[in-house]
Design a protein around this ligand. Sequence first.
Ligand code: MTE
Length: 313
Amino acid sequence: MLILRTPELPSSEITPRELFEGRRRFLRDAGLVLAAGAFGGLASAPATAANARLAPLAASPLSTNEEKTSYKSVTTYNNYYEFGTDKGDPVDNAGRLVTRPWTVRVEGLVGKPRTFDIDELMKLAPLEERIYRMRCVEGWSMVIPWVGFPLSALLKQVEPLGSAKFVEFVTLYDPKVMSRLPVLDWPYTEGLRLDEALHPLTLLTLGLYGEVLPNQNGAPVRLVVPWKYGFKSAKSIVTIRLTEKQPATAWNKAARHEYGFYSNVNPQVDHPRWSQATERRIGEFRKRPTLMFNGYAEQVASLYQGMDLRANF
Ligand code: MTE
């Protein structure tokens, strides 16, 4: 496994919470009385900084009221193979990822192809907090308060053509900061059927826990599709392409008998090497039964009516 060194981050770009709070504590403990202006320079990190708060956030009726997984687990137990294959690698290595400037190109079978600047994207639609259950194909799950807006709001802007049937998501691959090992066929790509992409649950995600996305969680913009295994939720997206044919996906190319295109959470269809009937919620010891479509059957089962979900796994 390639171990990437994490260089010092320019403090102008990023003020980690501990550092920021540490500085604040230091100033307080030193008995300094600060005029708002004097403190302002320290407190008002640029909107691009890690931990920058996102507001206002509308609460979504699509949120679960289950207990949220801790911020610490959500941001330190990750899969982001471009930064290493161990769960703790992304938090150690993804600091190297530069997320500004950043653009997302939306192209292919659309009437109005367009390149969105990330800051423009952040204002494209009202930001919502969506607390979703997330189920990883490996058998663990979390409950994460994401921040974003429905992907459909973005897709509507580019006017999909009648011939568009699928959406491909291409993520950043920058060998200067990411793994050079051929773990997967980089760049990491994913895909959805157009109706899945337009479903109100499908979230274009810009933050979590009310803050901009930490790099290890896929900054500055990722997908979240809560009724599918976590690997469908592509991180650090640079291109969204509407296509007529089903796009290839990174995990399907790597092991096509193990990772199908649909990847819907389904406790009745096992992974060839392990059962998918139960899962362990991070922070708990007991196993709990995995729910059909990860508990979102009421909202999404109709998308798959008449389909053999064993063949289309
Ligand atoms: N996106 C990219 N670009 N690279 C990855 O390795 N891993 C996927 C998905 N998106 C991955 C990715 C997998 S396997 C999972 S389970 C989720 O991201 C994990 O998201 P999280 O670390 O925010 O929980």
